[in-house]
Ligand binder design. Sequence first.
Ligand code: BG6
Length: 353
Amino acid sequence: MLNEAGLVERSRIIMEKPFGTDLASAVTLNGKLHQVFSEEQIFRIDHFLGKEPAQNILAFRFANGLFEPIWNRNFIDHVQIDVPETLGLGTRAGFYEQTGAFRDMVVTHLFQILAFMAMEPPTALEPRPISEEKNKVFRSMLAIDPINVVRGQYAGYRSETGVDPESDTETFIALKCAIDNWRWAGVPFYLRTGKRLAEGQRIISIAFREPPKSMFPVGSGVGAQGPDHLTFDLADASKMSLSFYGKRPGPGMRLDKLSLQFAMHDTGLIGDVLEAYERLILDAMRGDHTLFTTAEGIERLWEVSAELLESPPPVRFYEPGSWGPKAIHQLVAPHAWRLPFERAWRDPNKTKS
Ligand code: BG6
């Protein structure tokens, strides 16, 4: 219709997800779009990439010499991307019933963030080189094995207005995936998200390998609170934190988990932060594709998801306000949800205290 109305030439279109619901529908959708629009005219929004802290991942990684040398399998034990939400369905039952947490959050937002974390340095901070590197990450991703996935549904979901009383839609998902390339082979990436959980957060954490040997006395506390972590909080008022062991003051050698923290709030620049959609719509108007996803990237993500979509594991119930299906999700995401910076880390089995 846009074509018939003569609205295609010199125009750009911004698309919201879903970009298909599986590989076949994504290929069909992209085919139809390309009959009318060239890829350069299409801007597929993933609003997580428009968040200021997501772009800060690129700045942090590629504008500094400090961390890039250790950003690989030799030094990193695992990576977690955790996006618990307290929100329920609201009035979106029609959309959500067809979608579920995997399609709504993982195929779109969490995989895109994963690509920023895992990609090689682009040759330039420009759309094509960045897309190239992101797509290389997606090409190196191994197909997701349903054995590495836990799906959950909060108790009461099936009685919400517009939801099928026998719905199999997941409102929670935890999965382990792998990027099988030279930088990341053997490093598990744990992705978790869900609705009606105990707290709302958007946290990426990188756990570094522990020292090979410890000379600290037994009971000193070294290693007692997990490995050192570098953590990014994707809230608009973004934060970063690096946790490490340090000496507790006083006699003897007792160790505590300490941290170095950066909070955007402290810079006085928080007022300059653009809301994700403001930033992305502005970029689309300027014709800048840097933070938008490509047809190729989307299709590859559906490809690695095919087996899971065909044979999803059964949904397991969880209480609203909890941390998801009891203990079971630790099988595929064995580490605690990493939450607010002030509280170091928390047992995922304990509900909000
Ligand atoms: C949307 C999803 O894309 O992102 C929602 O459809 C989700 O289900 C939302 O709640 C989360 O975005 P944000 O920016 O609020 O973390």
